[in-house]
Design a protein around this ligand. Structure first.
Ligand SMILES: [Zn+2]
Length: 285
């Protein structure tokens, strides 16, 4: 009974002295939250171990401002590459709009990335203006199949799969074509499959198909994105690519104002034994 009373006294003292009313110092609260968040703790540990934690595929979308992105960067410890979409049907369609975007944001402490869209971009911009960006990337989600049907793989109504194996062979040859013909630094949204084929990802991405993509990346010195939004490529693919000498980048590809914390990309570091030297690193211009 005495022990119980003593405990009550102790709890009361800690309540009186320990839980002072919350101040309006929000940055202090943010720091406390950050320390408690396991992924933010993990990011700090990885950085201490020599990894650069950069989300090379951030977008100013859903009203997100550069200031808000930098605040998120401060809270999480993630550095950013901010990508601007350029190509037919996008805000940037020529040299002057490309250069204007660069001028608007180049003084911010982020990497400036050009996300090249569609296959026509190669002829829409001059090398001089493209070279203003720290790096360029594209994906293979937009292409025209052997029957002339233009597909955007993330739009279910624009996807045509008559035969799964034939679809996969065409997809792989498109990816290899993009890597061989387009001057990019990173291939993003890598190994993405449309919704209908997603459940069969492991069976459809055969060793032979993986190797074609991996070999093209090595031959053209192109990094492959580990994408946290779609959770691709699989660990099997990443391990195979690492063994072949491929470099990787981490990316979110946010469609709204939520940047996230690169959870899948960071999990793959541990699962696939990736080392700091396995990652892509651009030169900041
Ligand atoms: Zn993107």
């Amino acid at each position: 009974m005495k022990k119980f009373f003593f405990l009550i006294v102790l709890i009361s003292i800690s309540l009186i002295f320990g839980c002072t009313p919350k101040t309006d110092n929000t940055s202090e609260e943010t720091t406390e939250q950050a320390v408690e968040n396991p992924i933010i703790k993990k990011i700090a540990e990885l950085k201490a171990a020599g990894y650069e934690i950069v989300d090379y595929h951030g977008h100013l979308k859903g009203g997100l401002t550069m200031e808000e992105l930098l605040e998120h960067s401060k809270e999480t410890g993630i550095d950013y590459g901010v990508a601007f979409n350029a190509g037919i049907g996008f805000p940037i369609t020529n040299d002057s709009s490309l250069e204007a975007t660069m001028k608007l944001y180049k003084h911010y402490p982020v990497y400036m990335a050009m996300q090249a869209e569609g296959r026509e971009w190669v002829d829409m911009f001059s090398k001089e203006k493209i070279d203003m960006f720290d790096y360029v990337f594209t994906d293979a989600m937009t292409w025209t199949d052997s029957k002339g049907r233009r597909m955007r793989l993330w739009m279910p109504e624009e996807v045509f799969v008559d035969d799964k194996e034939d679809f996969m062979d065409q997809l792989v040859s498109k990816i290899v074509g993009v890597m061989s013909e387009e001057p990019i630094d990173i291939y993003v949204n890598s190994t993405f499959l449309p919704d209908t084929l997603q459940p069969e990802y492991d069976a459809l991405w055969t060793p032979d198909r993986m190797d074609k993509v991996i070999n093209a990346a090595v031959a053209n010195n192109i990094a492959i994105e580990i994408n946290s939004r779609y959770k691709i490529p699989s660990a099997t693919f990443i391990k195979r690519a690492k063994a072949a000498g491929v470099k990787f980048s981490m990316g979110t590809n946010n469609v709204g104002n939520e940047l996230g914390t690169l959870d899948y990309s960071i999990a793959m570091i541990g699962e696939c034994g990736l080392e700091p030297g396995d990652f892509f690193k651009p030169v900041k211009k």
